[in-house]
Design a protein around this ligand. Structure first.
Ligand code: MN
Length: 289
């Protein structure tokens, strides 16, 4: 099942090129603040799923192209992320001097966090801040969405705690500064275009991950090339901090990172999960609109 957020916090199920509004069935109030309707849908999904499936048989649908998709979980409890998690990316960071002194691969470093405030959706635009002399890179990643929370989740139980997966771009300012800050600018974490539930994706191992800039393929890997796999990411994170429904774990990226500049378009595809394309603009241009 592909679960989306759209048109101001509505919950929708995507089937082909159509979307069915299940906001009322899910009991979500689009005006609520903070906007945690999707967190609640995820937490209560076992109960909601049969109601949603029944509604899909009769409820009217609208064209997916006629709605504005939003980031599926705008207010997660946590946005966790794996650092250097592909050997080819770790190597390029050393070769190109992109890395910061003392940065370690994910199996030694553990995880870091991005600000929840950096989340945006597939119809939004990445805004490059006004930081003369700094470069801003794309990182192609897969988002694991936690369903059932827990502490100390073991590798063999990890997938039982996964609600689904989404595409994620970990936009990053290179160079000096705390990693958390360099990756936390507003708009620096596009997630979407929806959440594809784990039962539809299957084992998160042979999944192709691709990213294009202006139509040119820049990053490509398979999920099973991660140093710390999806199951181990859940074990690593939950050993430190309790995972909650709707928490997001960013997988880390493969080789091929490179600059994004205003005017670019950047497109990501996670096989069996989804695909989305975003524009890139400058702070000055964004302020004008
Ligand atoms: Mn990253």
């Amino acid at each position: 099942m592909k679960i989306a957020r759209f048109n101001g916090g509505k919950i929708g199920i995507v089937t082909g090129d159509r979307i069915v509004d299940v906001t009322a069935i899910c009991g979500v109030d689009t005006a609520e603040w903070p906007p945690v309707g999707m967190n609640r849908v995820i937490a209560n999904f076992a109960t909601l799923r049969p109601k949603i499936e029944a509604a899909l048989k009769t409820a009217p649908s609208e064209a997916l192209s006629s709605v504005r998709l939003e980031t599926p979980i705008p207010w997660p409890h946590k946005l966790l992320a794996m650092p250097s998690n592909f050997r080819d990316h770790a190597a390029e960071m050393k070769t190109n001097g992109f890395g910061i002194a003392g940065s370690l691969p994910a199996d030694e470093a553990g995880f870091f966090m991005k600000s929840n405030g950096s989340l945006i959706g597939p119809a939004d635009t990445i805004v490059i801040p006004d930081r003369p002399g700094r470069t801003f890179h794309h990182e192609c990643e897969m988002a694991t969405i936690i369903g059932t929370g827990g502490n100390d989740i073991s590798v063999d139980k990890a997938l039982d705690h996964v609600f689904g997966y989404a595409c994620l771009m970990d936009i990053t300012m290179r160079g000096a500064g705390e990693r958390v800050m360099r990756k936390s600018f507003d708009t620096f974490c596009p997630v979407g275009p929806w959440i594809t539930t784990a039962d539809e994706v299957g084992a998160p191992d042979d999944i192709d991950m691709k990213l294009w800039v202006n139509g040119e393929l820049r990053q490509h890997a398979v999920a099973n090339q991660m140093i710390v796999g999806i199951r181990e990411q859940i074990e690593t994170c939950s050993a430190v901090t309790r995972l909650e429904p709707g928490d997001i774990i960013a997988s880390g990226t493969m080789a091929g990172v490179g600059p994004l500049v205003p005017g670019d378009t950047v497109e990501i595809e996670i096989a069996r999960v989804g695909r989305m394309k975003l524009g890139v603009t400058s702070r000055v241009a964004a302020a004008r609109t």
